[in-house]
Ligand binder design. Structure first.
Ligand code: NAP
Ligand code: MG
Length: 407
């Protein structure tokens, strides 16, 4: 407790502001739910797309560097500009995905866990427990080099060894007409830390670990992932898993997707970067809404970055700009803050901060369970005469009110 009766957060938190509807909700959550109760120092980085443009995206790099300095950060959703966005915001260029840039700097694995409420039943009826996604957050298509091929010609993969040894070459395609190519990469070190993070997480939670790749088709790239996981398992986890009564299970991604529909859940599903991106949206949506999913990047060097798994909710923002009412779900943003505060409290040894985070999560879920919810949940919630659709601000106010009673 600090002098003003607020709970003191010892170490600064890196705050990364974002875009559109999530930026609007971010401000509301801070003002209504956090700042009245917490005395915290925020290292603020504005990742609004216009500010990224003005700083030639340096602000994103600075934000990631700050996470390395302080250890824990929280990020709002941000626009990854495409051609439309470049026109809309009059940008210098299609800047890279901020998440991609930050993950490229911090490395690590993104764990995505559904937010469960008793009155929101998953659309897959066999799912009784959460399916947690462990998404490798480094490399592959997110840090690719790609090219339009304008005309006939030969495209090659070329590796030039730094020690002056003979180069390695492979033909990608002898083009006879225009097309496209892309080069992607990963490193053994990053795959190893991905594997370790997943085994450690599964062990921590005492749940089975599944890993799946397309190794039947990608006999070098995806097979490397499979082999590194197998080696890490044999060497460091087999015995521990046996004692804990949990399993490591590798299978082809197609098979994993088919099986996931029949599992009772309660597993960690480790996925390559792209697979994890896509599958986590499927799992979130099957749990009611994209907003019913928490997301944390765990870096092998001990940094943590919390965020919502969804985007900036563009369509709702346009309605908001027109002065129309929105009913946008802030649960994932609230859980990004609670996750970050809990971790900060654990690292700082400040139990009152941890307890605040736990109460905030309980208040948020109980609000939904009491029947007060945003439009996305109303259509999937169990029918109840108490159910009431509220607007964006009213939902946040209702959570704040419940939280106040718990403090
Ligand atoms: P999105 O923001 O995730 O929204 C897609 C749709 O999902 C929404 O139109 C809405 O459906 C529903 N939805 C998502 N979050 C919701 C919430 N909190 N409450 C209620 N409904 C929610 O994806 P997008 O519209 O395709 O992308 C918008 C921008 O976000 C893009 O510029 C993209 O680059 C960016 N993005 C950022 C991140 C990130 O920073 N982590 C991740 C993904 C995308 P209805 O319209 O049916 O209500
Ligand atoms: Mg996605």
């Amino acid at each position: 407790m600090s002098g003003n009766g607020k709970i003191k957060v010892k170490t600064p938190i890196v705050e990364m502001d974002g875009d559109e509807m999530t930026r609007v909700m971010w401000q509301m959550v801070k003002e209504t739910i956090l700042l009245p109760y917490l005395d915290m120092e925020l290292a603020y980085y504005d990742l609004h797309v216009k500010h990224r443009d003005e700083t030639d995206d340096q602000v994103t790099v600075e934000a990631a560097t700050a996470v390395m300095k302080y250890g824990v950060g929280v990020k709002c959703a941000t626009i990854t500009p495409n051609e439309d966005r470049v026109r809309e915001y009059d940008l210098k260029k299609q800047w890279k995905s901020p998440n991609g840039t930050i993950r490229g700097i911090l490395d690590g694995t993104v764990f995505r866990k559904p937010i469960l409420a008793k009155n929101i039943k998953p659309s897959v009826s066999t799912w009784k427990k959460p399916i947690i996604i462990g998404r490798h957050a480094y490399g592959d298509v997110y840090s690719n080099a790609e090219m339009r091929i304008p005309a006939a010609g030969k495209a090659e993969l070329l590796f030039t060894p730094a020690d002056g040894g003979p180069p390695l070459r492979r033909t990608i395609k002898e083009f006879t007409e225009p097309g496209v190519i892309q080069g992607i990469h990963n490193t053994d070190a990053s795959i190893e830390s991905f594997a370790r993070a997943c085994f450690a997480f599964a062990m921590d939670e005492k749940i089975d670990l599944w890993f799946s790749t397309k190794d039947t088709i990608s006999k070098t790239y995806d097979t490397r992932f499979r082999d590194i996981f197998a080696r890490e398992y044999e060497k460091n986890w087999k015995e521990k898993f046996r004692k804990a009564g949990i399993e490591y299970f590798f299978t082809l991604i197609d098979d994993a997707v088919a099986r996931i529909m029949k599992t009772p859940g309660g597993i960690l599903w480790a996925l390559k970067n792209y697979d994890g991106d896509v599958m986590s949206d499927m799992i979130a949506s099957a749990n009611g809404s994209l907003a019913m999913m928490t997301s944390v990047l765990v870096s092998p060097r001990g940094y943590f970055e919390y965020e919502a798994a969804h985007g900036t909710v563009q369509k709702h923002y346009y309605r908001h700009l027109k002065g129309e009412e929105t009913s946008t779900n802030s649960l994932a943003l609230i859980f990004a803050w609670s996750g970050c505060l809990r971790k900060r409290g654990e690292l700082d040894g400040t139990p009152d901060v941890v307890s605040f985070a736990n109460r905030l999560e309980a208040a948020a879920v109980e609000t939904v369970e009491s029947g007060i919810m945003t439009g996305d949940l109303l259509s999937v919630a169990e029918e109840n005469p108490h159910n009431r659709r509220v607007n964006t601000g009213m939902f946040i106010d209702a959570v704040a009110e419940r939280l106040r009673m718990k403090l």
